[in-house]
Design a protein around this ligand. Structure first.
Ligand code: AGP
Length: 595
């Protein structure tokens, strides 16, 4: 997830150290490139490259940068590989405007074509550059600068926050649409940032910006206006009293909890991104005509592959083979050829097991696509096309938001393959928020009640089977409890013997398969076990299960996706109750670059 910071001061001075420190305080968001620009009324000094903040700042001597205004940006690649030219900030054609953004402009491709046709100078593939040109085109047509920014807002589709300055001016300007933006008010300066950590060391007096607002910053004041009608908006500043650690976690006690609550927003972003993607139709056609279609991953990403395979078969009637990456080599590689297509799924894009399978599959001529969160990772470079997960940095070792966006992406691909209207999927973000609200207190109570158990099962069927595996993995990963994920109908073929009084078993019930799951539930409850059902409101489940965690009504595939949220939450609560740190479970690493 990119981060932006901008500052306007009342005199020309050395701004480099302030910009470096602001950038350091946004690094928790994840990034691959760093750039800074200062403006002094006559010229713009722009320095940027790929690499860590301290390395790039040292190499380009950011510390000596002077001006009365400054911008710094950390880039997390989505449009265009990590490179110096794609790093932000960006200049306009003449070099007298400079700007940077955070987020994704999903019509970047179309805009770039328009800008080129209009004779503007395009230097990169990055959508941050499109934000600058979107303003430039209206300045060239004679619009006042503020109006040019308002008109640009109408052209830039997606979720982003954007800051821009012009050389012969004493202000910075920003707009917000979907991504975070906060303004800080100090003595002799004002500033803005994607997030509070870079503002709080300078001032604790802040104004939170809302979507659809345009902000002008002078050194001694800020002005908020509505993009829609240009009217001034009055908002009193607030004083932030939280600690820096709490602020970095967005007020949540752990990154995992914060990332779980980010799931709806990143789902919205990936849906926007997919809707605007130009590469997607080609990928879909290739999948349609492939001889065999493989979905390949490890751990949580493998569970997304399983879920994708269910969605492809149920929605598009297309068989896909989900496979654990290391098993791909002995089982399928000998049969692979150039008519096959593989989707290699990995949050990090660096998992060695996945890269081994990818290398071997490509050597046999397979067309390999990637589904990764870290753009610029080995996986994204090695595949013909890689779709971004748009989750920003996922800090906690247990994958949450990257899993749900993998599932959302597979659902979107299945809908497109089936030539089905994807509008239904736009409900997912709101349904996720609703689910978290509906289940929160009940899951916390259940966690307290089953916390004493070190053995449990999580069962699913059809579309909920991958979610059962994922829920069980989350419980194992951060509570150190044995929890086995299984197909619910398999339970009676052996594990049923483990059931004793109050033994906890989670049943994730697909809305269309209630009668079948009821048998499994009764086999458990009649032996004294505790059957915790997760599913839509249903009197049969109420009457037969020990309790029901209710999900909002949705299609079977979306309902399955929603069911993973209470399981993530359950694992989180048990982990915390046991005194573990869910963000950093023992013995595990976020990126597994070993065999
Ligand atoms: C999930 O919570 C785990 N951290 C783990 O299973 C992970 O999904 C697996 O190691 C694969 O990682 P990747 O998605 O980065 O390839």
């Amino acid at each position: 997830m990119c981060g932006i910071f901008g500052i306007v001061t009342d005199k020309e001075q050395t701004l480099g150290p302030i910009l470096i420190e602001a950038a350091r305080r946004l690094t928790y968001r994840g990034y691959d490139s760093v750039g800074a620009a200062t403006l002094n009324g006559k010229s713009i000094d722009l320095r940027k490259d790929t690499g860590r903040v301290d390395e790039v700042a040292r190499q380009y001597n950011f510390a000596e940068m002077t001006g009365s205004r400054g911008i710094v940006q950390l880039r997390w690649a989505t449009f265009g590989e990590p490179s110096q030219v794609n790093a932000q900030p960006h200049l306009d054609s003449d070099g007298d405007l400079v700007g940077a953004h955070n987020g994704n402009v999903v019509n970047n491709f179309e805009l770039r074509q328009e800008f080129m046709a209009e004779g503007l100078t395009i230097r990169s593939q990055n959508d941050g550059e499109s934000c600058v040109h979107a303003v430039e085109r209206y300045v060239n047509k004679g619009y006042d600068f503020l109006d040019a920014i308002r008109l640009a807002y109408g052209d830039l589709q997606g979720d982003y926050a954007f800051v821009i300055g012009k050389v012969d001016d004493d202000r910075l300007y920003a707009i917000k649409k979907g991504s975070g933006l906060v303004v800080g008010l100090g003595v002799g300066f004002t500033c803005l940032s994607s997030d509070l950590p870079s503002i709080l060391p300078l001032t604790r007096q802040i104004v939170r910006i809302q979507d659809g607002e345009i902000i002008t910053l002078w050194a001694d004041r800020v002005e908020l206006r509505s993009v829609k009608d240009g009217k001034v908006i009055r908002r009193e500043p607030e004083i932030v009293t939280e600690s820096m650690d709490a602020v970095q976690k967005g007020g949540y006690p752990h990154f995992m909890l914060k990332e779980m609550h980010e799931q709806s927003q990143v789902a919205r972003e990936v849906l926007h991104m997919l809707a605007g993607s130009h590469e997607l139709q080609g990928v879909i056609e290739k999948m349609r005509t492939a001889r065999n279609l493989y979905f390949i991953g490890c751990g949580t990403s493998y569970h997304a592959c399983l879920s994708g395979a269910v969605a492809f078969a149920q929605i598009a009637g297309r068989v896909a083979i989900p496979v654990l990456a290391p098993q791909f080599l002995p089982q399928y590689l000998p049969a692979v050829n150039h008519e096959d297509v593989g989707v290699f799924v990995s949050q990090s894009g660096e998992t060695k097991d996945v890269l081994n399978a990818l290398q071997a599959a490509e050597a046999r001529g397979m067309t390999a696509y990637g589904l990764a969160n870290v753009i610029g990772s080995t996986l994204t470079k090695a595949t013909v096309c890689s779709l971004p997960l748009c989750c920003g940095y996922e800090i906690s070792v247990p994958a949450t938001k990257t899993f749900t966006n993998q599932v959302v992406t597979f659902l979107y691909l299945a809908y497109r393959l089936a030539e089905k209207d994807t509008a239904e999927l736009d409900r997912i973000p709101d349904l996720m928020d609703e689910t978290l609200k509906m289940v929160a207190s009940q899951v916390a109570v259940i966690a307290t009640e089953i916390n004493q158990w070190n053995d449990m099962y999580c069962l699913g069927y059809g579309g909920t089977y991958p979610m059962a595996l994922e829920g069980a993995l989350k419980i194992k990963e951060i509570t150190y409890t044995h929890c086995e994920g299984m197909l619910s109908t398999e339970f009676k073929h052996g594990p049923l013997s483990a059931v004793t009084d109050k033994f906890p078993i989670l049943f994730i019930v697909p809305p269309d398969d209630v009668p079948l799951i009821l048998s499994g539930i009764n086999e458990v409850t009649c032996r004294g076990g505790r059957a915790i059902a997760i599913g839509e409101e249903d009197s049969r489940l109420r009457a037969n299960a020990s309790e029901l965690i209710v999900l909002p009504k949705a299609t079977p595939q979306i309902s399955a996706l929603l069911a993973v949220l209470p399981l993530q939450m359950l694992s989180y609560h048990i982990s915390v109750m046991r005194g573990f740190d869910p963000d950093f479970p023992r013995n595990l690493s976020k990126t597994l670059t070993v065999d």
